[in-house]
Design a binder for this molecule. Structure first.
Ligand SMILES: [Zn+2]
Length: 338
């Protein structure tokens, strides 16, 4: 159950100042803190980093002015990723969803006696990627946690969670960060120029913490090639652009969706009806495909890439309404039901 490697870095270094301010405010808030939280941000990495910070603060034995001390036995174990009272769930490598077996294991974990203090803590990263069965099996824990158990879910797409899960959690929505603050943090965090920081932020579609983690130059180059391929799809000869085969399907879907959204926004308001209809339909097709895959559908990679390319090519076709409609209805016929 490995976390993304970047989170093995010092958590403080990877945590932007605006999140620490928010954390401090939250920690100093009065009253009962509850036992189940849903941390929501448009940036999945930001939601995850904040949930991890919250976990560390909840487990610390020696809070200093309300903040985790970083040196007690619990904080050290947390930062070394060996804390026996903390379990992190996320989509396992090679899987497309968090399954019921993972949640059952977590439920069992929460019922055991804490080793360090009084609290057992479960983190669920990208909680919207739990299967329905997994989410349902978490309900009882959310409603009646054993002992002082605490559950922290994080998500960039909380609306995908079943209402029964959302209603059992206290919502902790992270504030939107100002672009200037994001750029300043990226510049100092990655030691890059203002131009490079802005480029990274654009590549990450405005999500600062995600941008801060884009340090692998090969990944970055692949992402850049991908984004650069979109405006030229109309002129693409033969098959899909080579850049599409260099990234995960989830990365392709997310980048394509963001690009299509940008195109819809740029359509002139005066002739919106005439020009935006096909962009909107293309957006719906990509979003629906993305939704099905996030909910456990496992179409072959080649099929997904070929279908996306075909849709993009035909956007200007007079019969695109029909083509898009057929694509949407085919999603459920071809084993893509969510
Ligand atoms: Zn501590």
């Amino acid at each position: 159950m490995s976390d993304t490697p970047e989170l093995a870095l010092d958590l403080r270094a990877a945590t932007p100042p605006w999140l620490l301010v928010h954390l401090r405010e939250w920690m100093s808030g009065a009253g009962d803190k509850g036992h189940a939280y849903l941390v929501v941000s448009e940036d999945a990495e930001e939601a995850s980093v904040f949930a991890r910070q919250l976990a560390m603060h909840q487990l610390c034995h020696d809070l200093q002015n309300g903040m985790a001390c970083s040196h007690c036995q619990s904080c050290r174990a947390f930062l070394e990723r060996t804390h026996g009272d903390l379990l992190s769930l996320q989509v396992l490598e090679g899987k497309t969803a968090i399954g019921i077996d993972q949640v059952r294991e977590a439920t069992h974990f929460l019922q055991q006696t804490p080793m360090y203090g009084a609290t057992k803590l479960l983190l669920v990263r990208d909680a919207d990627q739990m299967t329905l069965a997994a989410a349902n099996s978490l309900l009882k824990t959310l409603e009646e946690p054993s002992g002082d158990a605490l559950v922290l879910l994080s998500s960039a797409e909380a609306w995908r969670l079943p209402p029964t899960v959302r209603s059992r959690c206290q919502l902790l929505r992270l504030p939107n960060v100002q672009k200037d603050a994001a750029l300043e943090w990226l510049g100092s965090q990655l030691q890059v120029t203002a131009t490079d920081a802005e480029h990274l932020l654009n590549m990450a579609q405005g999500r600062a913490v995600t941008a801060g983690l884009m340090t692998d130059s090969e990944d970055l180059a692949a992402q850049e090639a991908l984004v650069a391929s979109f405006p030229f799809l109309d002129q693409q000869q033969g098959g899909p652009p080579a850049a599409w085969s260099g990234v995960d399907v989830s990365v392709l879907l997310s980048a394509l969706l963001a690009w299509v959204e940008g195109q819809v926004r740029e359509v002139d308001a005066d002739d919106f009806c005439h020009h935006a209809r096909n962009w909107l339909l293309l957006h719906r097709c990509v979003a629906e495909l993305s939704f099905r895959i996030k909910n456990g559908a496992t179409p072959g990679r080649d099929i997904v890439i070929a279908e996306l390319f075909r849709l993009c090519l035909r956007r200007k076709h007079a019969a695109f309404a029909e083509i898009g409609g057929r694509f949407l209805s085919s999603l459920s016929r071809e084993g893509m039901a969510s």
